[in-house]
Design a protein around this ligand. Structure first.
Ligand code: NDP
Ligand code: MG
Length: 387
């Protein structure tokens, strides 16, 4: 039996993880966690019988306790509850599929408790990679990427020597606004930005894909996961999302991982690594596939990527500011309070206003996160007043 905890079980990655659990009968779900969606959690409890479930929202946790009084499950809440789910003793592997920096503390707690991690929550590695990577080594656990590009790179690195790596080609779909220029993005609506051409994902990451901040976060994620410099990572647009990323070696040989755009593949691969299993669903058919194309990313229009490389160069706490500013700006965009281009403008302003702290500890990271949120709110307020 594979004993799995899913943090963020009601979201896009969480639901697909449970779909993988449905088709692999040797998976037992030990713990689940979500923000507030208790309707979904109740049905998951009845289907998968986890031992402990966290609803971050205290009031909703109380409601769920009443609704599941006939089930033998412990319902917990808040950050303590989330951490309890992350470290639950029977669990072997924790799928971190919560969205945003909220994932930092439970991920660290799970590693300390000796759990393997299937990491979807890239924001955690972006902000606390310098703490997490040494801890993974110290605790002797596995950190397996769920992000499709990183899973592809991980697969392309299989059996190769790290010193033979020349460059990573990190693929990007280009998002819904690929090919547009800045002036064509001034008035885009939330609905347009949420229409991703290839992937059905949560709202935040879908907006991140449209701004290419997602790719920026992924460059940061890759530097930590694979121990490479940002300069060794080249982003390339691959509009069909078939080539999930590639590794180029010293001799010029390039190894890629290809597949249909289906997150269940990297999720299942992370859960059973190094074993491969049958995965129901559409497969690639090269007889009918047609063409796979590549393009240079437009970094003038999509500043999210340029700013990410800058944040990596400045180092220390700057990636935290990049990430936190983005989290808050995306929330404001989704709430209809700011325009699309303002997202990356705000990230840039927050970065300009920040003096990076070297080697921040968790407390400093969380403080900088809060300061950045406050900065974004204040800046938006002033901008509104000026209008
Ligand atoms: P969703 O928005 O679809 O889901 C987010 C999940 O996190 C939900 O279950 C939500 O619960 C839960 N959550 C939110 N806040 C809290 C909280 N305070 N405590 C506990 N749980 C909370 O996001 P995605 O599934 O799209 O993305 C999850 C992560 O995976 C992100 O970091 C993203 O970047 C990454 N990722 C996603 C991919 C995808 O295809 N979707 C691909 C690669 C990476 P509730 O429903 O109750 O709000
Ligand atoms: Mg990705």
């Amino acid at each position: 039996m594979k004993k799995v905890a899913v943090l963020g079980s009601t979201g896009s990655i969480g639901l697909q993880t449970l779909e993988v659990a449905r088709t692999n009968l040797d998976i037992t779900i030990t713990a689940l966690a979500a923000g507030s969606n208790i309707k979904q959690l109740e049905s998951q409890i009845r289907e998968f019988h986890p031992k402990v479930v966290c609803v971050f929202d205290e009031e909703r946790a109380k409601e769920l306790r009443v609704r599941t009084a006939d089930c033998s499950v412990r319902i917990v809440s808040g950050m303590d509850g989330l951490i309890e789910c992350a470290v639950y003793e029977e669990t072997e592997i924790v799928v971190t599929a919560v969205v945003g920096m909220i994932g930092i503390r439970p991920t660290i707690a799970a590693i300390r408790a000796g759990k393997d991690i299937a990491l979807a929550n890239k924001e955690t590695l972006v902000t606390a990679g310098h703490i997490i990577m040494p801890l993974v080594k110290e605790c002797g656990v596995r950190l397996l990427p769920v992000d499709s590009e990183h899973s592809a790179i991980f697969q392309a690195l299989n059996g190769e020597r790290a010193q033979d790596l020349y460059r990573i080609w990190l693929t990007a779909s280009g998002g819904p606004f690929r090919g547009r220029k800045r002036e064509e993005l001034v008035d885009v609506r939330v609905e347009d930005a949420l229409k991703h051409p290839n992937w059905a994902m949560g709202r935040k990451i879908t907006i991140d894909s449209a701004t290419m901040v997602n790719k920026g976060l992924e460059v940061m994620e890759a530097t930590w996961l694979f121990g490479v410099e940002a300069e060794q990572i080249q982003v390339v647009v691959q509009p069909q999302s078939i080539v999930h990323s590639m590794v180029e070696y010293l001799d010029g040989s390039v190894i890629a991982q290809l597949g249909t755009p289906d997150m269940k593949l990297p999720i299942q691969y992370a859960l059973f690594y190094p074993q491969r299993r049958d995965l129901p669903g559409r497969r690639l058919d090269f007889l009918t596939l047609g063409s796979i194309t590549f393009e240079k990313p437009d970094t003038d229009t999509f500043r999210g990527l340029t700013l990410a490389y800058e944040a990596i160069r400045m180092g220390g706490s700057m990636p935290t500011v990049y990430n936190a500013a983005n989290e808050r700006a995306v929330a404001l965009f989704l709430a209809g309070k700011i325009g699309f281009l303002t997202i990356t403008e705000l990230i840039e302003e927050a970065m300009r206003a920040h003096r990076p702290v070297t080697n921040p500890d968790i407390r400093e990271i969380l403080n900088i996160e809060q300061d950045t949120y406050d900065f974004i709110e204040k800046t938006c307020h002033y901008r509104k007043e000026r209008e």
